[in-house]
Design a protein around this ligand. Structure first.
Ligand code: ADP
Ligand code: ZN
Length: 668
């Protein structure tokens, strides 16, 4: 008997092996076997059986052992994984290995450490009560019942409109059957508060999957899902592959989030493939957001998705009032040394904390200063591994690279000219925290960014301190904007609203609109009307205006129009070819050869090939990076071209690392 298997590596083929009849009787598609591969043994996924092979009998190797008889995926899952593999031009074996990681099936040799913590136990959800649904919430649920799984749903609901309550009610619909649901949320939002809301409503039936579980915990949660004991899986991006039984519903909360996209190996977007998995399983899928991606919004406009809206906050709470402060105007500043701090913001912070309420300040820049600048020669210290200037931290004094993690002591004198006038340029959260301590000596200040919040425990600890009212001012990066519920925040200050408008990314406007709306949405969620102060150099910028005035329809209409004009998604389909190597000449020669080949392919005429060019981040971790954009109006034609170029690269066996990134999210 011969079986066909996929090995868990980046090889673009499936393989045949001989298997003894007795063993063949034990395995089914989805079983795991051990096979000789090259000079080693590896596990492999069984895909199918046949009597014959195109490989001659003498060359055919034999299965070494059966590792796992019971299948780690079923037929529908395999159909789904084949789709994912084809769409992202990624080998099936590595695609399966991503979906079914070793942790989930490996028989552990060492005695498993006793599991002390149940990830869902002991959570104290902030909202265990059950509400009377608002008329809007009811209407949305009715609409879903009417339309079932005929189309994906986009739930477009303003911040604080009660989307989570809608998700839980949608899940409840299935609870008395033996069906299951998957809830995907960005990793950072999977706090005890959020998970607790689900595990509290569905006790004993909720499994949690995120990247901070120990292997033993992950295996246990995986098994609970696979056995049907847990019918609701709440997790980050990879939970889209959770092995639930009878999938009836997938929810993707904050569907626009970049973290749903995996940025290495299999570069999938969990949001997009959730739609595919739901379709294959005949399940409903709900993408929810206060600020949907332009892609999903367009799908709703084109009636590929069914649009559901929640226009009001629950309990008739008003949306926050936003005001601009033009910080170009020096008279507005508290002090010339803090060009990021205006008098109106100062006064509002003072009032707010005097009233015993909390303030949230947002600045998406880490460290004390952006970089160190030599006033004598203009030099800035660069990372030795990456093409980027180093961020300056003051306590303790360090220069750090955010891409490779390299760090060094800040120089006393300029490394180029030995000048001594080295000045920090551009403000970061550390500097803001220090200045706040100076301006508000009695205030209790918490900082939330990834240089101080290193793990879930740190995050949960600070969120708890804020929730308990033990913090007056929170200063943070986008970490603060992501779904956390801060009921006591009365004032939100956005320190530099324009910071993200000029990044070299066609989504700069969209990202800015989303982050402003989300940060502003943290204000005034528990009764009192929230206030938002937006400091900016461009108080008339249309994106800032649309966000401040809650005119999302206007934003989406205008931005859709711009994407049409420049030919970027969703107006076109996009793929990014990525090349990197430690030798700049090697990568350059290879990229030029590859793109020249690409341009000559028959399908290339229908595509727009932009590049090749050095990546905006031309060097990371000592690797030189090049890229090439391919745009096409048809996803199918684009894929046909990508397959051919992948085959060309495979044949070349070049040492240059090559990756196809379909629907790229990060373009630098
Ligand atoms: P969103 O995810 O849309 O921002 P949430 O689901 O977090 O909103 O809901 C915001 C707040 O309103 C939460 O504290 C939630 O418990 C509460 N809430 C949700 N639905 C209702 C309702 N029908 N009545 C009263 N409060 C509600
Ligand atoms: Zn670096």
């Amino acid at each position: 008997m011969i079986i066909q298997v996929a090995v868990p590596f980046r090889v673009p083929k499936l393989f045949d092996y001989k298997i003894a009849d007795a063993d063949a009787d034990r395995v089914v598609p989805g079983s795991l076997v051990q096979v000789p591969f090259g000079s080693r043994l590896t596990h492999a996924f069984v895909l199918g059986f046949s009597e014959t092979s195109t490989i001659s009998d003498t060359k055919l190797k034999s299965v070494e052992a059966v590792l796992n008889e019971s299948p780690v995926f079923d037929e529908k899952m395999l159909e789904f994984l084949r789709w994912v593999s084809a769409y992202y031009c990624h080998p099936l074996g590595e695609t399966i290995a991503t979906a079914v990681p070793k942790d989930s099936w490996r028989v552990r040799k060492r005695k498993t450490r006793a599991i002390t913590s149940d990830p869902t136990a002991g959570l104290r959800p902030a909202h265990s009560e059950r509400f009377e649904l608002t008329p809007e919430q009811k209407q949305v649920l009715d609409e879903m019942d009417r339309h079932g799984h005929e189309k994906p749903y986009l739930l477009f609901g303003v911040t604080g409109s009660g989307k989570t309550e809608v998700y839980m009610n949608a899940i409840e619909r299935f609870l008395n059957t033996d069906q299951s649901a998957i809830v995907l949320a960005p990793e950072i939002s999977l706090t005890p508060q959020l998970v607790g809301r689900f595990s509290d409503r569905f006790p004993g039936q909720t499994a949690v999957l995120h990247s901070h579980l120990s292997p033993a915990e992950r295996q246990r949660e995986w098994k609970r899902a696979a056995s049907g004991e847990a019918r609701i899986v709440v997790g980050a991006r990879s939970a889209v592959f959770a092995p639930v039984k009878n999938l009836a519903l997938i929810i993707v909360d904050e569907e626009q989030e970049a973290s749903f996209k995996q940025e290495d190996s299999l570069r999938y977007n969990a949001r997009d493939i959730a739609v595919v998995r739901a379709k294959i399983c005949g399940a409903r899928v709900v993408l929810g957001s206060a600020t949907p991606s332009l892609e999903s919004y367009t799908n709703a406009k084109n009636e590929k998705f069914h649009l559901l809206t929640l226009k009001k906050r629950v309990l008739d709470r008003p949306l926050p009032q936003c005001q601009f402060v033009d910080i170009k105007n020096n008279d507005q500043l508290v002090d010339s040394h803090t060009p990021w701090f205006s008098k109106p913001l100062f006064a509002k912070i003072q009032d707010t904390i005097q009233n015993g309420q909390q303030v949230l300040l947002y600045l998406n820049r880490l460290g004390y200063a952006h970089f160190l600048f030599c006033h004598d020669c203009g030099h800035t210290e660069q990372c030795r591994n990456c093409d980027i200037s180093l961020t300056y931290y003051r306590t303790p004094p360090r220069l750090k690279c955010h891409y490779c993690g390299a760090s060094q002591a800040p120089p006393q004198t300029c490394s180029q000219c030995s000048g001594t006038h080295i000045i920090p340029m551009g403000v970061g959260t550390e500097q803001v925290e220090q200045a706040l301590k100076h301006f508000f000596p009695k205030a209790r200040i918490a900082r939330m960014d990834r240089s101080v919040i290193k793990n879930r425990k740190d995050l949960e600890e600070v969120l708890q301190r804020v929730a308990d009212g033990r913090v007056d001012i929170v200063i943070g990066t986008q970490m603060i904007a992501k779904g956390h519920d801060f009921p006591g925040i009365a004032l939100v200050g956005i320190l530099l609203a324009d910071a993200s408008l000029n990044i070299p990314d066609f989504r700069a406007n969209e990202r800015t609109f989303q982050i402003l709306t989300q940060v502003a949405g943290r204000a005034g969620r528990a009764g009192h009307a929230g206030e938002v102060l937006i400091q900016t150099l461009n108080p008339d910028h249309w994106v800032l205006r649309a966000a401040a005035e809650h005119r999302s329809e206007d934003f989406y209409r205008e931005e859709s129009h711009l994407r049409q004009m420049v030919g970027f998604p969703p107006a076109t389909r996009l793929a990014l070819l990525r090349f990197q190597h430690s030798n700049p000449g090697t990568v350059r020669r290879f990229v030029e050869e590859t793109v020249a080949t690409l341009a000559k392919l028959p399908g290339a005429k229908k595509c727009d090939i932009v590049g090749p060019a050095e990546a905006p981040l031309a060097k990371v971790k000592k690797l030189y990076r090049w890229q090439c954009l391919v745009k096409c109006s048809s996803a199918k034609e684009l894929r046909a071209l990508l397959i051919q170029i992948q085959q060309f690269v495979d044949r070349k066996k070049s040492p240059v690392q090559f990756a196809v990134d379909v629907d790229p999210v990060t373009l630098w």
